[in-house]
Structure formats: structure tokens, C-alpha cells
Ligand binder design. Structure first.
Ligand code: GDP
Ligand code: GDP
Length: 455
């Protein structure tokens, strides 16, 4: 590295930054109007979130990336929940349950001016049951005079209340320090130490694509008794299913089976549910209704799984209903609407007839293999050397930027760092990614490529 003009510390730093792997997840929960959205905005340092949303406008974004004191994590924001759907108590509880389930740690926001309400007490019981680390945020403490209000919240039995003004930023730093102490380095449920046992699969897709039918079909008689499988924790929302001679854990299946009929807020509910399932899984089987046009909602779900860095299998369901014309148009739609996952293995199934169910497992295995692939540095650099020699970067301003060397910084999904002598254009990065995929068969997995330029 040194002779190429990078010093060793540069290179090591870049590799570490790129190899961070999946981020731990923090959920922000609490009653409506306690200031969750304001707090999320404050933490992510952006103004894109919920407070400005008009009532009735559906938000589909429920997770954000955040950073504090050099550590990155994900935030699950529950501020978009519409509490009038189920009644306040039920909806706060339901929302909290999903969010807690998906999270590695929780910030429980209470309005210190109001004090602890019965609904807050109910959430405390849920938190106790879940046993996840909790940071208690006593919000709306805008000045020193509010500190006494915050102190009352010791009564919740969740430890020290952190007095915060999400609106003005007061106390948020101290609270975030406490959050970092509570957060594990990596998402425990999915990747942490001691995680073993069956591979975790999220079956996702917009309403009515056939998730519950597919689950019933594959589960059928194959449902596995939880206790029989070593190394599995009993989690009522997950289901162990044997397919192709292998036991898989389908995460969050309760959300698929339980038919909650909501009018308002249903889309938000579905998004939160999907995000929670994706966070817990290694691989997402994204179910798409092949009989209907591919929709923006399908694409959002795909984006969610790609951004989360999960392995992906696309399953086109209701194949039994397709005529020749629809099949023709579907192929065109897939090319244009699902170009971002052109690398994902694809199966055409029918949950109704059982068509091609046996193809699901090989597709899942292929995608997981791609997701875990590690390319040895020697092979990678031999490949890069040949590629750069045969297809040099276009000359810009009399100079020719060159990829000098590279390394794979991490897996699940594969992450690469390339070191270059000058700015590498977007088009060329895409070209390199395409060739990397061809060469090393990253079927079914997103890959991350970051480029470091020599100063
Ligand atoms: P959410 O429903 O829990 O997401 O609550 P919001 O973030 O939408 O906040 C509800 C209301 O409380 C808004 O009018 C905010 O401006 C206000 N609010 C939030 N945080 C604070 C705070 O720290 N101090 C004061 N005084 N008001 C706040
Ligand atoms: P979910 O909302 O994604 O769980 O979807 P459901 O499993 O409830 O299915 C929605 C509707 O599509 C139901 O009426 C199912 O019977 C129907 N359906 C599901 N899979 C298939 C399929 O492969 N072929 C046909 N023709 N209908 C299906």
C-alpha cells in the first residue's frame, strides 16, 4: 500500500469504516405527542421526518441511520403511528411491541410535564417483559425548572430519567451517551455472538400478495416443534419450518397470520412490520403478485431490504393466474421496475397450487451463499489488475484515475474498499460492480463498494 501513496493507517481506517457490518437498532417509543418525532429529528440531524407531516399522509420510511460520538446505529421511529385506529392504549402497546421486538435497545420517551400516565405504565410492563436495555427519556424539560418533573419519573422503575428537551437539544447529548452504553455493537438478534441455529428468513410483500397463503403452504405439515431444535429461543412470532430437509426460521410470522383490519394507518403498520422483520432476518423472500402490475409499494419493500443489506429472493406469486400476455408484460416490468435487484434469484410460484415450491430453497441457499462470500485479497487484486488494464477509466482533465488495489472489508453483505489515484466516476463504479458480480457470483446479495482516493 505504501508505494501506491496510501499510508498504512489510511488503509486500515478505510477498511474498518467499510467493514462495519449491520448496525444495531434503536427504537424510540412512547405515547403520542410526547416528542418522539422531534427527538428523532434531533438525533438524525435532519428535518425530513415526521413533525412536518400532514395528518393522513402516509409515511413509509420508518428507519433512519444515525451517528453519535462516532458510532452508527439505526433508529426505528414509531412517530407515524395513527393512534385513533385502535384506541390510544392498544395502539401504543402494539406499536411499542413491534418496535421493541425489532430493536437492540429502546428509548422510552415520557412527557415530563405530564408525568407518567397509565399508558406509560402499560408500556413499562411490555419493556420489562422484553428485557431489552431501556433508556428513559424525560422529555420537554426545556430548562432547569423542569428537572424536578423529570425526577418524578424514577417511579417508573426504569432507572435514571434523562431530562431532555428534544425541541431545544438540551440534555440530548447525555442521553445519547447512555444510549451508546446500552447498544450492543452489532444487532444481537441477527448477527450477534451466540446467534446460531436456523437461518432467519423474512417473508415480506405488500398486502394480498399471498404471504399468508405461502406460509401456510410451506408450513403445512412441516411445522417444527420449537423445543426439538437446539439453540433456538422460543419466540412466538417466529416459526420454524422444515423445507428441503433444512429447518428455517421464518421471522415475524405472527404479523402475517394475524389479520388486523385497519383502515387508517394500515400502510404505516405494514411498513413498520416489514422493517421489523427485515431487521431480524438474514434473508428476505420478497413476494410479488405476478398477476398485477409491479407497484411503487413493491419497489419500496425491495428498497427496504436492499438498504438493510439483506440477501434477497424474489418470488412471483399467483403464477397459476397468468396468461401469455401477462407473462410478456411482467418480464418487461421486471426489467424496468426491478432493475435495482436484477441480481436476485427469482422463482415463479403459486401458493395456491404449490407450483415450484421446491425451487424456493435452492434460491434461498444461493442468495445466502452470495451474501457470505469472501473474496481473498490476492484474487480480488488479480481481478482488479486485469480489469483496469483491459478497461481503463476514461481520461478526465488530462488525468487518468486508476483503481490501484482493493480489499473486501466485510461480508453479510459483501463490502469492498477500492483505493484509487483519482476520482472514480459513477459509471465506472457501476461497471466494476457488474464485473465483480460476474466474476465472484454475488447472486442474491447487495454489495457495497466504497472508493478511497489518494490525497
Ligand atoms: P410524537 O407524537 O411523540 O412524535 O411527538 P412530536 O415530536 O410530534 O411532538 C409533539 C409536540 O410536542 C410538538 O408540538 C412538539 O413541538 C412538542 N415538543 C416535542 N419536544 C418538546 C420539548 O422538548 N419541549 C417542548 N416544550 N415541546 C416539545
Ligand atoms: P397476504 O395479505 O400477503 O398474506 O395475502 P393472502 O395470503 O391473504 O392472499 C391474498 C389473496 O390472494 C387470497 O384470496 C388468496 O387466496 C389469494 N392467493 C394467494 N396466493 C395465490 C396464488 O398463488 N394463486 C391465486 N390464484 N391466488 C392466490
Amino acid at each position: 500500500a505504501a508505494e501506491e501513496g496510501f499510508d498504512v493507517e489510511d488503509v486500515e481506517g478505510a477498511i474498518e469504516a467499510a467493514g462495519h457490518g449491520p448496525l444495531p437498532v434503536l427504537a424510540i417509543i412512547g405515547r403520542p405527542n410526547v416528542g418522539k418525532s422531534t427527538l428523532v429529528n434531533r438525533i438524525i440531524g435532519r428535518r425530513e421526518a415526521v413533525v412536518e407531516d400532514k395528518p393522513g399522509v402516509t409515511r413509509d420510511r420508518v428507519t433512519y441511520e444515525a451517528e453519535w460520538a462516532g458510532r452508527r446505529f439505526k433508529i426505528v421511529d414509531t412517530g407515524g403511528w395513527e393512534q385513533d385506529v385502535l384506541g390510544i392504549d392498544a395502539s401504543v402497546a402494539a406499536q411499542a411491541e413491534y418496535a421493541i421486538d425489532a430493536a437492540d435497545a429502546v428509548v422510552f420517551v415520557v412527557d415530563a410535564k405530564v408525568g407518567a400516565t397509565d399508558t406509560d405504565e402499560a408500556v413499562v410492563r411490555l419493556l420489562r417483559k422484553a428485557g431489552k436495555p431501556v433508556v428513559l427519556c424525560a422529555n420537554k424539560v426545556d430548562g432547569p425548572s423542569g428537572e424536578a418533573d423529570a425526577a418524578y419519573l424514577w417511579s417508573l422503575g426504569l432507572g435514571e430519567p434523562h431530562p431532555v428537551s428534544a425541541l431545544h437539544g438540551r440534555g440530548t447529548g447525555d442521553m445519547l451517551d447512555a444510549v451508546l452504553e446500552a447498544l450492543p455493537d452489532a444487532p444481537a438478534q441477527t448477527f450477534g455472538v451466540g446467534v446460531g441455529g436456523p437461518r432467519r428468513i423474512a417473508l415480506i410483500g405488500r398486502p394480498n400478495v399471498g404471504k399468508s397463503s405461502l406460509l401456510n403452504k410451506v408450513a403445512g405439515e412441516e411445522r417444527v416443534v420449537v423445543n426439538e431444535v437446539a439453540g433456538t429461543t422460543r419466540d412466538p412470532v417466529d416459526e420454524l419450518i422444515e423445507l428441503g430437509g433444512i429447518t428455517w426460521k421464518f421471522v415475524d410470522t405472527a404479523g402475517i397470520r394475524k389479520r388486523v383490519h385497519l383502515q387508517q394507518g394500515a400502510d404505516y403498520y405494514a411498513s413498520l412490520r416489514t422493517a421489523a422483520a427485515v431487521e431480524k432476518a438474514e434473508l428476505a423472500v420478497i413476494l410479488i403478485d405476478a398477476s398485477e402490475s409491479i407497484s411503487v409499494q413493491d419497489q419500496r419493500i425491495v428498497t427496504m431490504a436492499v438498504e438493510a443489506g439483506r440477501a434477497i429472493v424474489l418470488a412471483f406469486n399467483k403464477w397459476d393466474t397468468l396468461d401469455e400476455e401477462r407473462r410478456y408484460y411482467l418480464e418487461r416490468e421486471i426489467e424496468t421496475e426491478l432493475a435495482q435487484v436484477a441480481w436476485a434469484p427469482r422463482v415463479n410460484v403459486s401458493a395456491l397450487t404449490g407450483r415450484h415450491m421446491e425451487k424456493l430453497v435452492p434460491a434461498i441457499e444461493t442468495a445466502l451463499a452470495g451474501w457470505e462470500t469472501r473474496v481473498p485479497t490476492g484474487r480480488l487484486n488479480a481481478f482488479l489488475g486485469e480489469l483496469v488494464a483491459a478497461h481503463p477509466h476514461p481520461v478526465r482533465g488530462g488525468k487518468q484515475p486508476r483503481i490501484l488495489f482493493g480489499t473486501q472489508a466485510g461480508t453479510k453483505p459483501p463490502r469492498f474498499v477500492l483505493f484509487a489515484s483519482g476520482f472514480i466516476e459513477h459509471g465506472y463504479r457501476r461497471f466494476v460492480e457488474r464485473r465483480l458480480r460476474e466474476q465472484f457470483s454475488f447472486e442474491g446479495t447487495p454489495i457495497h463498494i466504497s472508493v478511497r482516493v489518494r490525497e
